[in-house]
Design a protein around this ligand. Structure first.
Ligand code: ZN
Length: 503
């Protein structure tokens, strides 16, 4: 039996996005539980598809006692403010300082956090935590599949383990894998050997999906290499919208036997490098996507899905652009449903009017992105709701959603589902809560890049990835990079970045 301190601190930072993550954003928590300090920090995630929940269940089943420190998460956005990072990091260190003596520390991290004052959020966090606990306490962390793993992170943690799925249906399972590795570390009384290699090209989000090639093949290979070596391997796709030096995909391994670990990490990194061309992604313009969806869909479903990837709140966007909505209205796409459009003022207007009423609305375009204007017109309020429901799909299953006032608005046969709090459209319950059965719609336009596939691909006739105007470019090469290391190709087989001033 060991005493294990545990904490979670998550943020995925799109440094090009319109709004920052404030302390209030962590207090509200987005689609996951709000900021929680002390003993309840594990209870709040219990039963959810979250790494900390999986770790806690496995560690307790193995007879260990947990010391919960803190749980903190905010929806992806631009930089974490200096204030919120320092306050939350300070709370974590305070909790460590007043905790009873513990034998190991587990951290549930994302791995792509950038703050106003730190390019490598988790690298700094692990540094401060390491200083607080000393060199002899093992620190193990789980990471998101989109982690931009840095050298500093690998040096300050004893072991890192990343998710293997995108959509991330294995978050709790990843926590269980960390618990198994920690048992091994405690039994042997020594930290594992580690190896780390970065790839030199960025992978667009929509091409990182693990339900398609080349990821299916690469993760099969990863599993094979683990079996043959006994190492625990991580392939991270990286988060291709964080303007930091060490942005991008990487391969990391840990295990007992430094030569074996290094060898399998080298083998896997070569296989990923050889697959570069296969990571190229195809996107349609909003009008192309809508025209193709109308041609291929049938009334009553199954739906053709348009993935509004550039306005994905799961990647730092605000879910308030109207490019696809305008294209659906322009082409009179009867039976199309768009969601979730995050627009608290319009949701309130709909609630004030009540179901059945009709009025002029100015939908979306709240972020003030250059060239974006609201979608104006007369919409009928079909239905309103309080935004309180429980996620039912493989990604958000069990999550207690608190999205604030919601409404379904309709015009020319096109329905817009409006919510007040930002979350990615990755669960059918987000539509069912307003009486809309996603499987029976002809076209569904979802503000998500890939996570929607976990719950929606099984009911879809087809998925089309659309690049409507938004702050999360489908093609990372179109972003105004400044800090990335020179030589990184900005998309698979694309142009290599030259740092300003570099030769
Ligand atoms: Zn992710």
């Amino acid at each position: 039996m060991a005493v294990i301190a545990v904490a979670g601190f998550h943020h995925e930072t799109n440094t090009f996005a319109p709004s920052k993550a404030t302390y209030q954003d962590f207090e509200s928590g987005g689609g996951w539980p709000p900021l929680t300090r002390g003993v309840r920090a594990v209870d709040v995630v219990d039963g959810m598809n979250i790494a900390l929940a999986g770790f806690a269940a496995a560690a307790r089943a193995a007879g260990h006692r947990l010391v919960p420190l803190i749980w903190a998460n905010a929806t992806p956005s631009a930089h974490v403010t200096r204030d919120s990072y320092e306050r939350i990091c300070g709370m974590l260190l305070e909790e460590i300082g007043r905790a009873e003596k513990f034998d190991a520390l587990y951290l549930d991290l994302h791995g792509a956090m950038v703050t106003e004052h730190l390019d490598d959020g988790e690298g700094d966090l692990l540094h401060r935590v390491r200083q607080a606990v000393g060199s002899r306490i093992p620190i193990l962390a789980s990471l998101d599949y989109h982690a931009n793993i840095t050298r500093a992170m690998t040096e300050r943690a004893d072991a890192l383990i990343g998710y293997r799925t995108y959509p991330h249906i294995d978050m709790a399972e990843t926590g269980r894998r960390v618990a198994a590795l920690l048992d091994d570390v405690l039994r042997r009384g020594e930290p594992p050997a580690t190896a780390f290699r970065k790839l030199d090209f960025l992978i667009p989000l929509s091409a990182q999906c693990t339900l398609i090639e080349p990821s299916i093949r690469l993760f099969e290979r990863l599993a094979g290499l683990e079996t043959e070596s006994g190492a625990v391997l991580t392939f991270s796709g990286g988060f291709p919208a964080a303007d930091i030096e060490e942005c991008g995909p990487s391969v990391y391994g840990c295990g007992f036997g430094p030569d074996r670990v290094r060898r399998v990490v080298d083998l896997l990194v070569h296989e990923v490098a050889d697959a570069e061309r296969e990571f190229q992604a195809e996107f349609l313009s909003p009008d192309e996507g809508v025209a193709r969806a109308i041609a291929r869909s049938r009334p009553g479903g199954p739906p053709v899905i348009l993935a509004d990837t550039q306005d994905n709140p799961g990647a730092g966007a605000n879910g308030d652009t109207v490019g696809i909505l305008e294209a659906l209205l322009r082409q009179r796409a009867h039976g199309a449903v768009v969601g979730l459009l995050i627009d608290p003022a319009s949701a309130k207007q709909a609630h004030d009017l009540g179901a059945g009423a009709e009025a002029e609305f100015a939908l979306g375009a709240i972020s003030g992105l250059p060239g974006h204007v609201p979608c104006r017109g007369r919409f009928k309020v079909e239905r309103v709701g309080d935004g309180n429901f429980v996620g039912s799909g493989p990604f958000y299953g069990g999550s207690k959603m608190r999205l604030g006032p919601m409404a379904a608005l309709r015009r020319d046969g096109v329905t817009v589902v409006v919510a007040s709090k930002k979350v990615q459209a990755a669960d059918q319950a987000m539509f069912r809560c307003l009486g809309i059965d996603p499987a029976r719609q002809s076209i569904l336009a979802l503000k998500s890049s890939v996570h929607f596939r976990a719950d929606f691909q099984p009911i879809a006739a087809e998925v089309l990835v659309v690049a409507a105007p938004g702050p999360m470019p489908a093609d990372p090469a179109t972003l105004p990079w400044t800090k990335l290391r020179s030589g990184v190709r900005l998309r698979p087989n694309g142009p290599a970045f030259r740092r300003p001033g570099a030769r």
